[in-house]
Design a binder for this molecule. Structure first.
Ligand code: ADP
Ligand code: MG
Length: 409
């Protein structure tokens, strides 16, 4: 990625550092997060990078402000408009709109949590399609959060306060909560904690089991390549808008189902027979999706933890089951996703499912390594037959969480 290059051309100096935060794909557990359930995301090799420098003090680029200048200047290669200026002392939800609300929201949430935010110039670049359900929003937040907190540390070091308590790096779980708050309260998108946790906590060769009730996490070995399998993401290029009404409607339905069952959340519904206590067939289907997907997360974890010979075939079967559940019980699938899943299976995939909030975005397919080419060809052909735009394919490999790229730590 070329965030540093963009930084030089826009700000005329060298960045203090470049940070990368990955997108994520969720292997299993969709719409389970806000039901206090389980999710199992892994970080992608693709992500958002932020080249950044403190605005004030020695080495700041082009000395664009006076020392102590309390502004963020933000630009992105994916957003060609002029850089956005944000005054740090006047930040409040609703004040910054458009893409810059994500990094500005991170600065706001950091300060609200008592962490110093230095004035800075930040240049963003990404190899992650935005709005494709691969969590470019969280990647943008987490890259910004790492950049700002590490720049703040450098500033403290320069003022010889490095040994005070405040000079410690912000723990990653706290950073995830801060980034989520930025998205929920500053940008105004009601998401769970999964995306930011994945971007900040995942490890290469692992998926992250996240219990959304206790917030406990564990690393689950996940290395499809070693087992002769590969992961393929299909960006269906169909509209994806989490902020629209459907997401809120599903959340409300789940809450209503839990209320009718007399439990705090659907996580507490452990006996599938209890579903019959829901008279409304729609609520019953919604709840059935949530509890079966929760169980599928645990089943995948068991398969990955002590893999039988056909583990990936089994995981594939669970992926497809999840898709059927999202399509028929939760009713958030979309035609391009259904077609991609069908075509992938017909061409030899172990399994496939839509991922993300629904109504657009991406499909994740688990395929034998030898079937990657025919699976892509079959999906492309199926889209062509329907007159749809050609889908975008991304190889997905369980990768490391957010980190500093330059200078290497
Ligand atoms: P997803 O997180 O699934 O990619 P969202 O709708 O949650 O989809 O977030 C997409 C939004 O995040 C974009 O509309 C844009 O505002 C912001 N964004 C993502 N990547 C970038 C980028 N490289 N530069 C600027 N803004 C970005
Ligand atoms: Mg997002």
């Amino acid at each position: 990625m070329r965030a540093a290059e963009l930084f030089r051309s826009r700000f005329g100096g060298e960045p203090d550092g470049v940070w990368l935060a990955p997108g994520r794909a969720n292997l299993m557990g969709e719409h389970t997060d806000y039901n206090d359930g389980y999710v199992l995301p892994f970080a992608l090799g693709q992500g958002v990078s932020a080249a950044a420098a403190r605005r004030a003090g020695p080495g700041s680029p082009g000395s664009p402000g006076s020392p102590g200048s309390r502004r963020l200047t933000l630009c992105s290669r994916q957003e060609p408009a002029a850089p956005v200026q944000v005054a740090l002392d006047q930040l409040a939800p609703g004040q910054v709109t458009g893409w810059a609300a994500y990094p500005a929201g991170v600065a706001w949430a950091l300060e609200a949590a008592g962490h110093p935010v230095p004035g800075a110039c930040i240049a963003i670049d990404s190899d992650l399609p935005a709005g494709a359900g691969l969590s470019s929003s969280a990647a943008l937040e987490c890259a910004t959060a790492l950049a700002l907190t590490e720049l703040a540390l450098t500033e403290l070091a320069l003022t010889e306060l490095a040994l005070t308590e405040k000079a410690a790096a912000v723990p990653r779980r706290e950073l995830a909560a801060i980034a989520r708050r930025a998205e929920n309260e500053f940008v105004g998108v009601p998401t769970g904690i999964m995306d930011q946790s994945a971007s900040l906590l995942c490890r290469s060769g692992h998926a992250l089991l996240l219990d959304c009730l206790s917030l406990e996490t564990s690393q689950v070995p996940f290395d499809p390549a070693a087992a002769g399998a590969s992961l393929l993401l299909i960006n269906t290029r169909a509209k994806h808008d989490l902020a629209d009404g459907e997401y809120g409607e599903r959340r409300a339905e789940c809450e209503q189902a839990a209320r009718l069952l007399g439990i705090p959340s659907l996580r507490y519904l452990t006996n599938p027979a209890d579903l019959d206590r829901l008279a409304d067939p729609v609520l019953r289907r919604r709840a059935r999706h949530v509890i079966t997907d929760d169980q599928r997360v645990l089943d995948v974890v068991t398969l990955l933890s002590s893999p039988p010979a056909d583990a990936y075939r089994e995981i594939g079967r669970l992926l497809t089951q999840s898709h059927v559940s999202l399509r028929d019980d939760f009713e958030i699938s979309w035609p391009e996703a259904d077609r991609a899943v069908e075509a992938a299976l017909a061409a030899g995939a172990f399994g496939a499912r839509m991922i993300g909030g629904g109504f657009g975005g991406s499909v994740l397919a688990l395929v034998p390594a030898t079937a990657g080419v025919p699976v892509r060809a079959a999906i492309t052909e199926a889209f062509g037959r329907s007159g749809w735009r050609r889908p975008e394919f991304l190889d997905a490999a369980p990768s490391d969480s957010a980190r500093r790229l330059v200078p290497a730590p």
